[in-house]
Design a protein. Structure first.
Length: 369
C-alpha cells in the first residue's frame, strides 16, 4: 500500500514586473504555496494553492500555517484514496480552499504518476490545445485599448476585461477595447463585485452594443437573489465567480436559474475533486463553465489544463496568470505561449514541479513522520 512519508511546503514569492489592478485589489506579486507529497514508492505529487485574501480569506501566512496542520492529517495514510483524504482535510479544518487545493492537486498528480498516465487521461479526457483568454487589468480606456491591440496582434483568441469603477468609465473602457480589438474577438467582462443592481443593469444596457460575450460577478458575492433579478433583465449573459465555491453553491445557483455561467477556480473549489462536482451540476443544468484562475504558476495552470481536457462543459478558459511573471518558478507542465495558447505534454501526472533553485531560495518546511 502506498503511504505518505513526507510533505514539503514551500512559499513562493513571484514578483510581477507590472502591477495588475482589478476592482478588489492591486497586485504586484504572487505568493503561492507549493506542497510536494512524497510516498513510500519514491513518487512525489506536486500541488499549488494561491491564497487570495479578498476571495477565500486566506493569506500566504495563514495558508502556510494551515498547510502544516493538514500535512499532519495526511502523513502515514494512503494518498491514492483521494476522496477519503480530502474529506478528512475538510472535516479537520473547514474553508481554507486554496491550500486544500494544493493538496488535492498533489494527490491527483501522485495518483496519475502511480498509473503512469498524464492526468487528463486518468480523468478520462482527450488531449487538446487550449486557448486561454488574455486578461486586461483596469486602467484608462486608452491604455486598456493599447493592451487589447497588443494581445490580439500577438494571437490572443479572446479577451477578458477588468471593469468596476463608474458607469461612464467602464463603458468607455469597453468601447475603446472593442474598437481596438475589432469585431469577432470574444470579449468577457469581470466587475469583481463592484456594482449594485441598479448600476449593473444600467451599465450592461449601455455596453450591449459592444458585443460582450458574458459579464462576470457584477454584484457582491452574497447577492444571489440579485443575480437572478439581473439575469431576467440583462442584455448580456451573467457569470458567477466569487459567489460560487463548491457544489452546494452550484446547485443553489442552478436551481434558482440565477446565472448563465459558472466560473470554477481550483482555489475556490479546493481543487479538482470539487471542480468535477461543480461542472457536473452545471452540465446537468445546461450551464457552461469557465475555468478561471488566481495567480497560479504553471503548476496550477497545468493541473487546470488537464482538467479542461476531461470536461467538455468547461467551455471558457481563463488561465493566463503565468503571463504576469517575468520568470515562472516551474519546470515541466504545459507549454504556455503569450498568445494564451496552452499545449499539453504527455508526462505522467500534470508534469509540473518547482525549479530546485526556487525551492532553495524560498521559505519552506518539511513535515515527516
Ligand atoms: Mg472573476
Amino acid at each position: 500500500m502506498a503511504v505518505i512519508t513526507k510533505i514539503e511546503i514551500i512559499l513562493l514569492k513571484i514578483p510581477y514586473p507590472h502591477s495588475f489592478r482589478i476592482a478588489l485589489a492591486e497586485m504586484d506579486s504572487a505568493q503561492n504555496i507549493i506542497v510536494r507529497v512524497h510516498d513510500n514508492d519514491g513518487l512525489v505529487g506536486v500541488g499549488e494553492g494561491c491564497p487570495p485574501l479578498f476571495v477565500t480569506g486566506e493569506s500566504p501566512e495563514t495558508a502556510f500555517e494551515a498547510a502544516q496542520l493538514y500535512a499532519k492529517i495526511l502523513l502515514g495514510k494512503n494518498p491514492l484514496e483521494i476522496d477519503t483524504r480530502l474529506d478528512e482535510l475538510e472535516r479537520f479544518m473547514l474553508k481554507n480552499t486554496a491550500i486544500r487545493c494544493a493538496y488535492d492537486l498533489a494527490l491527483y498528480d501522485l495518483l496519475a504518476k502511480h498509473a503512469e498516465l498524464p492526468l487528463y487521461a486518468l480523468l478520462g479526457g482527450t488531449k487538446q490545445v487550449i486557448h486561454s483568454n488574455r486578461t486586461i487589468g483596469m486602467d484608462t480606456p486608452e491604455a486598456m485599448a493599447k493592451t487589447a491591440k497588443l494581445f490580439v496582434n500577438g494571437g490572443a483568441k479572446s479577451l477578458k476585461v477588468k471593469v468596476g469603477t463608474r458607469k461612464d468609465e467602464d463603458v468607455a473602457r469597453v468601447r475603446a477595447i472593442r474598437e481596438a480589438a475589432g469585431k469577432g474577438i470574444p470579449m468577457r467582462l469581470d466587475a469583481n463585485q463592484a456594482w449594485d443592481e441598479l448600476s449593473a443593469i444600467s451599465t450592461l444596457n449601455a455596453m450591449a452594443e459592444y458585443d460582450v460575450q458574458v459579464c462576470e460577478q457584477l454584484l457582491p458575492y452574497w447577492n444571489i437573489e440579485g443575480f437572478k433579478r439581473l439575469r431576467e433583465r440583462s442584455p448580456i449573459p451573467i457569470m458567477a465567480d466569487e459567489t460560487i465555491f463548491d457544489a452546494h453553491d452550484a446547485f443553489r445557483l442552478a436551481s434558482m436559474g440565477a446565472v448563465d455561467y459558472f466560473n470554477i477556480k481550483l482555489a475556490k473549489s479546493a481543487g479538482i475533486h470539487g471542480a468535477l462536482k461543480i461542472n457536473a451540476i452545471g452540465e446537468a443544468a445546461g450551464i457552461k463553465c469557465m475555468l478561471g484562475g488566481m495567480s497560479e504558476s504553471l503548476i496550477g495552470v497545468s493541473a487546470g489544463a488537464h482538467l479542461i481536457c476531461a470536461c467538455p462543459n468547461i467551455a471558457l478558459h481563463d488561465m493566463d496568470s503565468p503571463s504576469h511573471f517575468s520568470e515562472d518558478p516551474t519546470i515541466g507542465g504545459v507549454d504556455f505561449q503569450a498568445s494564451g495558447t496552452v499545449t499539453l505534454r504527455d508526462a505522467p501526472g500534470h508534469g509540473a514541479d518547482v525549479k530546485p533553485e526556487w525551492i532553495e531560495n524560498s521559505t519552506k518546511i518539511v513535515i515527516s513522520g
